[in-house]
Design a binder for this molecule. Structure first.
Ligand code: TXA
Ligand code: MG
Length: 339
């Protein structure tokens, strides 16, 4: 039976120790971070890591991120970072940021999916930090969702799908950011964003003067890719879904209205709620921060109404909007209309 520990108001030290012992014993613990919930295991225990892949139904060529609580954990795990990599870590860790570094042999092959690199992340969330610190082990953790489904941003959304598949779920309430960390790899001396997130290209340029977006952020990736996660179906509701965007609001509303069917559910800006003649409207808020915080949970909620079609209002691909559109284009399986 999966136990749920409630740390919404404060961290219970006794339960934290139980969770840490679970990780040490090779078991799985779901825990909150500031981005999304993670399903964690001892990153140095190959069998424990295998059970993450099984619980999620994840392809084993898709590597996991290793979570640390302090820089002192780094030396054992990865080769010495370059000056540029160190600068990025100093600027964005702890925080919603993952850096791909050259791994040492201690990292099991299943964590890195046989690559010679590994993603390192230091969460800022206090529960995540304390769990890693108490365990005193690096924790491998992908987002807590069955593969292809939207990532979990609150326990209510994921507790059924992981019932009896993990030992403990730590409930820390809704995650603040709501989208997974920005994944960066320094390629030919240039910080390159493999997965956009809360840390934007502008944030990185401010620190390093330069930043590149990977080619595959808004289209389907095929063949050899910089980040294996780009190839897979992601974030998808069970019902058919299309994403629509125009920077001219009137045109956006016209486009969406012309696609509405009998039982169409729309996910969009709070201010457009009354502009469509649709079966159900779910508001994702008005600011990019609100949209990022709410979107994964709304994609799950949409399915409950069993619509014949889900239409999502897109946003401008700028700042945090880059990360939002990267997720929504995948959630809609590349059914994207832009005019
Ligand atoms: O915010 C987050 O990053 C969350 C929380 C739990 O920390 N974790 C997360 O993990 O989103 P996951 O496994 O769902 O996504 C990891 C992404 C995948 O797209 C994977 O392909 C990429 O990072 N990745 C991991 N290791 C990599 C590597 N060595 N090289 C390139 N991409 C890598
Ligand atoms: Mg994921």
């Amino acid at each position: 039976m999966t136990k749920i520990f409630n740390f919404k108001n404060d961290i219970n030290e006794e339960e934290l120790n139980i969770a840490a012992n679970c990780i040490k014993d090779g078991k799985l613990v779901i825990f909150p971070t500031e981005t999304v919930y993670g399903i964690g295991a001892n990153a140095l225990d190959e069998d424990a890591v295998d059970s993450i892949f099984i619980a999620k139904g994840r392809a084993n060529d898709n590597p996991l991120i290793v979570h640390i609580s302090d820089f002192s954990m780094l030396e054992k795990l990865v080769e010495e970072p370059t000056k540029l990599e160190q600068k990025l870590m100093d600027a964005f860790m702890p925080g919603p940021f993952t850096l791909i570094l050259k791994k040492k042999d201690i990292i099991p092959d299943n964590v890195s999916a046989n690559l010679d690199t590994v993603g390192i992340r230091m969460p800022a969330n206090k529960i995540a930090h304390d769990l890693i610190k108490t365990t005193n082990l690096p924790i491998a953790a992908p987002s807590a969702n069955i593969s292809s489904r939207p990532s979990g941003t609150k326990v209510e959304d994921i507790k059924e799908e992981f019932q009896n598949k993990v030992d403990i779920i730590i409930d820390g309430g809704e995650t603040s950011v709501g989208l997974e960390s920005t994944v960066v790899k320094v390629i030919d001396g240039i910080p390159t964003i493999l997965r956009p997130g809360k840390i934007t290209p502008e944030d990185i340029i401010e620190i390093t003067g330069i930043c590149k977006l990977s080619d595959n952020l808004f289209k389907k990736a095929e063949g050899v890719v910089e980040s294996p996660g780009m190839k897979y179906k992601h974030y998808a509701p069970n019902n058919k879904c299309i994403l629509v965007y125009s920077d001219k609001e009137e045109l956006l509303i016209k486009l969406i209205n012309s696609n509405i069917k009998e039982k169409t559910l729309i996910i969009g800006n709070a201010k457009n709620k009354n502009k469509y003649n649709c079966y159900k409207y779910l508001s994702y808020g008005t600011t990019l921060e609100e949209i990022s915080h709410n979107i994964f949970s709304l994609l799950r909620e949409a399915d409950i109404y069993e619509p014949d079609l889900i239409i999502i209002e897109g946003v401008k691909k700028e700042g945090l909007g880059i990360a939002i559109m990267n997720r929504l284009i995948r959630a809609s399986s590349y059914n994207y209309i832009e005019e």
